[in-house]
Design a protein around this ligand. Structure first.
Ligand SMILES: N[C@@H](CCC(=O)N[C@@H](CS)C(=O)NCC(=O)O)C(=O)O
Length: 206
């Protein structure tokens, strides 16, 4: 299998962190340069119709182009350690937290960066400062909420590291481009981020 990824991009990093936690090493990772528009190449579009990374290409040529779908597929093939849950309750609970992490936290952070950082101008093409300001506000509001959640649990979905932690930290680290990271005003979020640094996923470059 091949994974099309890109340096600094949070959605492919969600998958490369997932690979690291599971110690999966037999997937070839191909890095595209988004600044140069390599993902818009017609040959790549035959694999990824929306011209996005990550894209997982199976040995028979089939492709998956959504990071969460790629992780679900990999979890089925490499079940240990489980990052999506082992039984019906765990799977549903982790999915609930992962959706919250993605839709309420990582997505606003990504939109803030995409519309606010000059480094993303070539990728976003039409940056809108009002959109950046709107999503910054949303993201900061939800950062506070996640900080209160993490006050009495180690990881986002409870007492073990899951995809919800990977999803949230990909958004959080991307916001370094806006010079934001949780400080003393968000002590639980800060402690959680520091704990990820010691894990295999934490070694994957942002
Ligand atoms: N829903 C997709 C989103 C993928 C996505 O937005 N990827 C970005 C990189 S983080 C991309 O390829 N952007 C290229 C572009 O927008 O032109 C997923 O999670 O896989």
């Amino acid at each position: 299998m091949k994974l099309y990824s890109a340096p600094y991009a949070p959605n492919p990093r969600r998958v490369t962190m997932f690979l690291a936690e599971k110690a999966i090493v037999d997937i070839e990772v191909i890095r595209l340069d988004l600044q140069k528009g390599e993902h818009r190449d017609p040959a790549f579009r035959t694999k990824s119709p929306l011209a996005q990374v990550p894209t997982l290409e199976l040995d028979d040529g089939r492709t998956l182009t959504e990071s969460r779908a790629i992780c679900s597929y990999l979890e089925s093939i490499y079940p240990e350690p489980s990052l999506l849950g082992r039984d019906a309750w765990e799977r549903a609970e982790i999915e609930m937290w992962d959706r919250r992490a993605e839709l309420l936290f990582t997505l606003p952070l990504m939109m803030w960066v995409r519309h606010g950082s000059p480094h993303l101008a070539a990728v976003e093409r039409e940056q809108t400062p009002e959109i950046a300001a709107y999503y910054q506000k949303q993201a900061m509001r939800l950062a506070k909420w996640f900080d209160t959640i993490l006050a009495d649990r180690i990881w986002i979905a409870g007492d073990r590291f899951t995809i919800a932690d990977i999803t949230a930290v990909c958004g959080l680290d991307f916001a370094k481009m806006m010079r934001w990271r949780p400080g003393e005003d968000l002590p639980h979020l800060k402690r959680w981020r520091e704990a990820i640094a010691d894990r295999p996923a934490g070694k994957v470059a942002a």
